[in-house]
Design a protein around this ligand. Structure first.
Ligand code: FES
Ligand SMILES: [Fe+2]
Length: 439
């Protein structure tokens, strides 16, 4: 309801609009008054326009208030949580267990693979990061990384993973390369002045002797994040890797942190991997810790493995040699491991579906063959390693699905075996990241 009024002792004409009942308490008034004009005709002319502006404002306030109300209904207030936790002592009410997980994705460098995974022109890999995806793509020999989301109306460029394609959006054909953009019927977009302004969201990409790292807004330079020693190790391994034998995806029905912690401890091996990994005879091993990485290494007792090492050593050009089992964890999502330096495996753990699932992409990388005549024997060897690795990760995925939801915690482990020291290091990395955010 509205009307034109005149005010005592003031010149001109005013519009008075009644505030809807439900907004009176929020705005704390029952009517809004706005000056129209000193002239009566002019006031009548602009009345409708001013009235609309005020009504729009009412709608905006209504919407914001409704949103606020819903938001506060959905979450338990932190102080209430704390009180409940003190009273009941149950993890349902544990205060401040939430992490800025998307911040972890954006702030670190992620080792997503090796350039041998992208040998073919136009080959690509889609990486899942919660509800976003990043594509790493080989454009005429140049690798580039960008979000799988078209800047036009948000369609995915690609759905099928680990394949080859040019980057053309299937919806209206917007096409991108690292250097250029193309828009069909560009003449119908009068507001786009320069086509080069229209780009997908591009991520940073770096390469250390073949290993590919991506990040959106890293907190550190890649070398600072890894540290000198880790850079040296991966530089040597990177040179030795010659081809990608297989890439397989395993779905973990659990949070990524559960999957990572499982990969970081050998304590479960004798229970979970009785017939696959346990026969290698890995024991307690030794851990080395860095700021954002950790290494586990151990001798292998299995005679069978030792004998085959002697044979394969002659068939391969091994540049980075060692005995035993070795695994390098790169915070937050990557793991590189090897048995006797004859093959290398890579796992990249990707949180998705709001963090309730984790996709583990595991790759088997081979070294250079010393002579062509060994090709067949080596292929049989790679085949059996790849099959065993797949079984091991399926066993891991299965055991992780037993861990109750909500049981993960960023605090140091309550019951801690010395075999779980890397799990504590991981949690320490999580806490360190949170402290960095506070600075
Ligand atoms: S949404 Fe990609 S071209 Fe329209
Ligand atoms: Fe395991």
């Amino acid at each position: 309801m509205s009307r034109i009024i005149q005010r005592n002792g003031r010149k001109g004409y005013y519009l008075q609009v009644v505030v809807p009942r439900e907004l009176r308490e929020i705005i704390r008034t029952s009517a809004i008054v706005r000056k129209l004009s000193d002239d009566k005709d002019e006031s009548l002319k602009i009345k409708k326009q001013v009235e609309e502006q005020i009504i729009n404002k009412f709608d905006e306030i209504k919407f914001k208030h409704k949103f606020k109300k819903n938001a506060s209904n959905n979450f338990i207030d932190e102080s209430l949580k704390r009180k409940l936790y003190e009273k009941i002592g149950h993890h349902f009410f544990e205060p401040s267990n939430e992490l800025n997980e998307k911040g972890i994705v954006l702030s670190y460098w992620h080792c997503i693979g090796h350039e041998v995974d992208f040998k073919e022109i136009n080959s690509y890999q889609i990486i899942k990061f919660f509800n976003a995806e990043v594509i790493v793509h080989n454009y005429r020999g140049k690798l580039w990384a960008f979000e799988n989301c078209c800047p036009h109306r948000g369609a995915k460029f690609l759905k099928k993973n680990l394949s080859t394609a040019q980057i053309t959006c299937p919806y209206h054909g917007w096409t991108f390369t690292p250097y250029s953009s193309y828009i069909p019927r560009k003449d119908t977009f009068p507001e786009i002045n320069s086509i080069s302004e229209v780009r997908p969201k591009v991520w940073k990409i770096e390469n250390i002797n073949g290993f590919i790292f991506i990040s959106y807004k890293p907190l550190f330079t890649l070398h600072d994040q890894l540290g000198k020693e880790v850079v040296n190790i991966i530089s040597e391994i990177g040179q030795s890797i010659n081809k990608n034998y297989s890439s397989q995806e395993i779905i973990f029905n659990c949070d990524w942190k559960i999957a990572i912690e499982n990969a970081l401890e050998p304590y479960h091996v004798s229970f979970v991997h009785k017939d696959t990994l346990a026969p290698l005879g890995i024991s307690d091993g030794k851990n080395i810790f860095y700021d954002w990485a950790s290494i586990f290494k151990d001798k292998i007792k299995s005679k069978k493995v030792k004998n085959s090492k002697k044979i394969f050593e002659k068939m391969l050009n091994i540049k980075y040699n060692f005995d035993g089992y070795w695994s390098l964890y790169l915070y937050p999502f990557s793991m590189i491991s090897s048995t006797e330096a004859t093959t290398f495996a890579h796992q990249f753990y990707q949180p998705y579906e709001n963090g309730n699932k984790t996709s583990c992409l595991t790759k088997l990388w081979c070294l250079e063959t010393a002579k062509d005549q060994y090709e067949e024997t080596l292929n049989n060897f790679y085949k059996s390693v790849s099959e065993t690795n797949l079984k091991i990760f399926q066993e891991d995925a299965e055991i992780c699905s037993y861990v109750n939801e909500g049981m993960w915690n960023k605090k140091p482990l309550f019951f801690k075996s010395t075999l779980e020291a890397k799990v504590d290091h991981f949690r320490n990395c999580i806490r360190k990241f949170e402290n960095l955010l506070k600075k």
